[in-house]
Design a protein around this ligand. Structure first.
Ligand code: BGC
Length: 757
């Protein structure tokens, strides 16, 4: 957009545009710009959109959506995997604001992110771009990023809507998922991000949902998104996700990206002319485009320079906050972390010199700066740091010796040092947009090296670089201390170094479960599907919901992370007000830093519905907060739970229902470490299901209105026989002539049962 443009007069412009011009506004000019219109007195500027999500990828020259071409230098913030582990909405809002400032400096109207897809399976190649396996954590953190970016007048694009939980076959596969799982898990993450952040745009996904492409899905894009959730922004396609442009615009997809050289525009105009598409549908989409142009115009005219140093510092702070200390076992009575400044440290692993800090694909940022862990650690310790690469990675320098010599040199370096800090991780090619992983193990060459190092020096710290979970169980006996650094962005190595040295106290918590082995994961046999279909057979039991329900011990549970200080949680209490859909609860707790270092604690609130009329998870995260406390400091926190914290998606009535009965509210520091549990009683909603002649005798027997008529008919039946009768549809039972209930009687009874519904 050129500077000093006036806002578009939407009504006048819409009246003046030809049908062809309107259609042209609904698709891209190229990879990143929308089409302008400029003639006589009609002027609609184009808008520039860029990836996202953890940094700006503005391609000034040739564009592509695969992350191949170059882009302007921008701060590469930690990837969503690392940001998710911060559990820190305030921090993510600051990161979002920084992303917004960089976008507007480069004239970008919309930053394509954040991603709110649930990490359904650790094999998903793009998990590094997603925040969590839990919808409340994912939704709240996505909302924070959105609020931050949009506070700068730059739009966001919450993506990829919806059920895009794998990369294999992503452009074609149909996610076969029941509505309850969609609503409670997959859509819930987006719904919460929308409620808390109100993104100006949403990007639909490539895949189909139960047989219909997301881009053509009227139920998804209009009924759920707009009618039920009340969202009124613009829907943009994922790049190339539209198969039928007319079906897409009718479903509620406003903007197709990138452009198709006029083909889609012609399809839209032809459909309006032949009467198969109502012009008002096109007008609505055009209005949304014009509205977005106006909304983002002031920001794109504000080219305030970016403070790259300040953004790098923020990236470092965010990276440190996302590091999860998994293990810090004593060796000879002393914990290895934080590192002691007087030690001789052997830094081992090519990743220490050649950092892995972001994933592959459309999110790849050209960083303003990049610091290695070797550099950061050497800067911290004078002269006591030695380095051995130990193994090669594709991005690293050409090795001057053989792999086996690299191995031997690293083992020798570890032997000679007080402590070995070993940087392990996934090769870059293992994690990318566009394909999934088949294993969640680290490469054998790295594990062999680790075992050999541990054999000569048991004082081993492992620092991990990976965007999606890797197993640790097979090797953690060789690593008394483990820090999970994820893909931490351009300052990731410095953030990690801050944790290793103790300049920062670890406060990251797992936003996803680390399984013992791949065979334990919820979608093990249903990922990535085949022949164009993937079945979400685990239903709502995703992530920790699965491990808890199946009683499968994970290596490290959801919400887990150690610290260098200690906290106590006391005086917890829960107050409930209201009933049914108006139920609200407040959770109070006092948190005290009882250790000797400043640090942060994440308080997690889980809810379990004990008396539900259907199967519900043992624990579901419903609220969390992160508090920063000086040594000895205490604070009291209050967390609000609204009715959705208790509700389930009722498959028979197709809406959220708060069931009556007892609920357990657990306050904890991980999904498994619970500080206190409170049981509360909630007055649920009265759900009357419509009765039909296929309602069973059991259902009629328990019905609040007609149950009294049925019970006498079945009096005296043997319990085993009654159990069988209970399952017989009432029309079948009436037909048997076993009682006085006949077809006429049943019809009247049904009418009475349904009165007032
Ligand atoms: C990705 C999107 C990205 C778009 C533009 C697609 O391949 O799935 O996340 O925003 O390309 O680069």
């Amino acid at each position: 957009m050129t500077p000093s443009q006036a806002p578009v007069d939407i009504d006048a412009t819409l009246a003046a545009l030809t049908l062809e011009e309107k259609a042209s506004l609904l698709s891209g000019l190229n990879f990143w710009e929308t089409q302008p219109v400029s003639r006589d007195n009609v002027s609609v500027p184009s808008m520039w959109v860029s990836d996202g999500p953890h940094g700006l990828r503005k391609q000034a020259d040739e564009g592509d959506h695969l992350g191949l071409g170059n882009s302007v230098p921008a701060t590469c913030f930690p990837t969503a995997a690392a940001l998710g582990s911060t559990w820190d909405s305030d921090l993510l809002e600051q990161v979002g604001a920084a992303l917004g400032r960089e976008s507007k400096h480069h004239g970008v109207s919309v930053l394509l992110g954040p991603g709110a897809n649930i990490k359904r399976d650790p094999r998903c190649g793009r998990n590094f771009e997603y925040l969590s396996e839990d919808p409340v954590l994912s939704g709240d953190l996505a909302a924070a990023l959105i609020r931050g970016t949009q506070s700068q007048g730059v739009g966001t694009s919450l993506k990829h809507f919806a059920a895009n939980n794998q990369e294999d076959d992503r452009m074609r596969v149909s996610a076969e998922v029941d509505e309850r799982s969609l609503r409670e898990i997959y859509l819930a993450s987006f719904e919460r991000a929308i409620a808390g952040g109100d993104p100006w745009t949403i990007m639909c996904s490539y895949n189909k949902i139960n047989g219909t492409y997301a881009s053509h899905n009227h139920w998804l894009l209009t009924e759920v998104l707009r009618q039920q959730w009340g969202w009124d922004g613009l829907v943009v396609s994922d790049w190339g996700a539209v198969r039928d442009r007319v079906a897409a615009v009718a479903a509620g997809l406003d903007l197709e990206m990138p452009g198709t050289g006029g083909r889609s525009d012609a399809d839209i105009a032809a459909a309006v002319r032949d009467g198969s598409l109502d012009e008002s549908v096109v007008d609505t989409a055009v209005r949304r485009v014009l509205h977005l142009i106006n909304k983002t115009m002031p920001a794109t005219q504000d080219r305030t320079p970016v403070d790259a140093d300040a953004h790098h510092t923020l990236a470092r702070q965010a990276a440190a906050a996302g590091v999860v200390l998994l293990r810090n076992e004593p060796v000879d009575g002393t914990q290895l972390l934080p590192l002691s400044p007087t030690q001789h440290i052997a830094v081992i692993g090519e990743f220490a010199r050649t950092p892995r800090y972001q994933g592959a694909g459309s999110s790849q940022v050209n960083p303003t700066r990049l610091v290695s862990a070797l550099h950061a650690l050497s800067a911290h310790y004078d002269g006591t740091v030695t380095f051995a690469p130990g193994f090669t990675i594709a991005e690293g320098p050409e090795p001057e010796v053989t792999e086996s010599e690299l191995h031997d040199q690293a083992v020798a370096a570890a032997r000679d040092a007080d402590i070995a800090v070993v940087f392990l991780g996934l090769p870059a090619a293992d994690e990318s947009e566009g394909y999934d992983r088949t294993t969640i193990s680290l490469p054998p060459v790295q594990l062999e090296l680790l075992a050999a190092i541990h054999a000569v020096n048991p004082r081993v710290v492992v620092a991990l670089a990976n965007g999606s979970v890797v197993t640790v169980s097979e090797w953690q006996d060789h690593a008394p201390a483990i820090v999970e650094g994820w893909l931490g962005g351009q300052a990731g190595a410095e953030g990690l170094t801050d944790i290793l040295t103790g300049a920062s106290t670890p406060s990251g918590k797992l936003a996803e479960t680390i399984p013992v082995r791949l065979h334990d994961v919820p979608a093990y046999e249903n990922f990535p599907g085949g022949f164009g279909t993937v079945r979400y057979g685990e239903g709502i039991y995703v992530g920790y919901r699965w491990y808890e329900r199946r009683d499968i011990a994970p290596a490290y549970p959801f919400g887990y992370g150690l610290s260098y200080t200690t906290f106590t949680v006391t005086d917890t209490s829960v107050t409930v007000t209201g009933t049914g859909a108006d139920t609200n609860a407040t959770v109070h707790a006092t948190i005290t830093n009882t250790g000797h270092r400043a640090g942060a604690h994440v308080l997690q609130v889980y809810v379990h519905d004990q008396d539900a009329p259907l199967d519900r998870p043992d624990k579901e995260l419903k609220a969390f907060t992160k508090v920063h406390l000086a040594p000895g400091e205490s604070t009291t926190v209050t967390l609000a739970l609204d009715s959705r914290a208790f509700a389930f998606w009722h498959p028979a009535v197709g809406r959220w229902v708060v069931g009556g009965g007892q609920y357990q509210i657990a306050v904890g520091e991980s999904s498994q470490a619970i500080n206190a549990t409170h049981t509360v009683t909630i007055d649920g909603e009265d759900v009357r299901l419509p009765v039909t002649d296929m309602s069973t005798m059991g259902e009629l027997r328990k019905h609040p209105i007609v149950g009294g008529d049925i019970t006498p008919l079945l009096d005296g039946l043997d319990p085993a026989f009654l159990a069988m009768v209970d399952d017989i549809p009432s029309t079948v039972f009436a037909g048997f002539g076993m009682s006085s209930l006949d077809a006429d009687g049943l019809e009247k009874l049904i009418a009475r049962a349904n009165e007032g519904l």
